[in-house]
Design a protein around this ligand. Structure first.
Ligand code: AKG
Ligand code: FE2
Length: 348
């Protein structure tokens, strides 16, 4: 059961109080090798041209093979030519900044209820001894329409609701094309993942705000996690770094590539692809000087759909690695807040 309301990080910062203990990470042996705020190398992920992925031209095949190699190595790609203009993405960034810059009382109008993920608030607190992430969020289900809880959709800044609706409609074809391309990259029938994902698949968008932090060496913006989605479309801050991915025990920072959407594999695509595409563990580190924002969109399968490795990817040489799961997101949050990987429970 979630604990009663706690201050948001922005409120903690505004109050000028000392950094609450609850945000301090317990030291682990790894801190010396790779301190939280240490320099990390950049990951070498390709930028993929989405418009080429579904073409059967030579260029299309090359693009598919780039996709295959990036998703099997990192579980992450940057996507360009996605059909959403730079001006539109800039509008999303602007509205996100404007929302978080509103006075506390205004934002509290959209405060999430205890136990509900939708709405505005701090990191969800599920245990007394939980170490908190240095993050405030606005989390909204945007699709299908009847799952929208419109009381949480901000009236101000003006245009926020309309732009979020438009963004969702623009993301839909990107999501569909990406699902098809991922299937093609594994030499599967184009619609196989989409069918498993379902017609009533849900889309959630989470607006993240990481205020400047006095102790980036001791406090984390978002704890290491894999996403509970099939995949996630991310707009990382255009100027401020912070997102890092784990590979072979080492952290690497995501590059900032203007006008692209970063797409990462989530736990459910890892399951559907029988582990060929891995849901990468990632985290967000804080910094002293600048606030950082990001906008993450999670593609969640229909609640009535069973998710399991697709037939074409199970064979004698590649036995089935995962059980069948249903309503995965419902079990996801508990494990996530306890710093465990929910996907481990799905392993055979
Ligand atoms: O802020 C970011 O860049 C990443 C956020 C994230 O990983 C998430 O919302 O799941
Ligand atoms: Fe994430």
């Amino acid at each position: 059961m979630e604990k009663p309301k706690f201050k948001t990080v922005q409120e903690v910062v505004a109050s000028g109080e000392r950094l609450p203990e609850r945000y301090l990470q317990t030291p682990t042996g790894d801190d010396e090798v790779q301190p939280l705020n240490g320099l990390v190398p950049e990951m070498d992920i390709p930028t993929i041209d989405l418009s080429l992925l579904l073409s059967s031209s030579e260029d299309g095949r090359k693009e598919l093979s780039k996709l295959h190699s990036a998703l099997s190595k990192w579980g992450v790609v940057q996507v360009m030519n996605h059909g959403i203009t730079e001006a539109f993405l800039d509008e999303i960034y602007k509205l996100t900044k404007q929302f978080f810059a509103l006075p506390t009382e205004e934002k509290q109008k959209y405060a999430r209820d205890i136990g509900n993920v939708q709405g505005y608030g701090n990191d969800m607190i599920l245990a007394d001894d939980q170490i908190l992430d240095w993050i405030d969020r606005l989390f909204l289900t945007t699709y299908p329409d009847d799952q929208r809880q419109l009381k949480f959709w901000p009236q101000v800044p003006v245009g926020f609701k309309e732009t979020l609706h438009e963004y969702t409609m623009k993301q839909k074809p990107v999501i569909e094309q990406f699902f098809k391309a991922v299937a093609r990259s594994l030499e599967l029938e184009e619609s196989c993942f989409l069918e498993m994902h379902g017609q009533n698949a849900r889309i959630d968008t989470r607006f993240n705000m990481y205020p400047p932090c006095p102790r980036p060496d001791k406090v984390i913006g978002a704890k290491p996690h894999g996403d509970g989605s099939a995949f996630t479309l991310l707009l990382p801050d255009k100027n401020v770094e912070g997102l890092q991915f784990l590979k072979d025990g080492k952290w690497y920072k995501a590059p900032i590539v203007p006008d692209t959407i970063l797409i990462n594999v989530g736990d459910l695509m890892e399951i559907m692809s029988n582990g060929i595409y891995k849901s990468p563990v990632h985290r967000v580190v804080t910094n002293k000087e600048s606030e950082r924002i990001s906008v993450a969109t999670f593609c969640i399968p229909s609640p009535d759909k069973e998710i399991q490795p697709v037939e074409g990817l199970v064979s004698e040489t590649r036995p089935r690695l995962y059980k069948t799961v249903k309503k995965y997101v419902e079990v996801y949050f508990d494990s996530y807040q306890q710093g465990r990987r929910p996907i481990e429970a799905a392993l055979i």
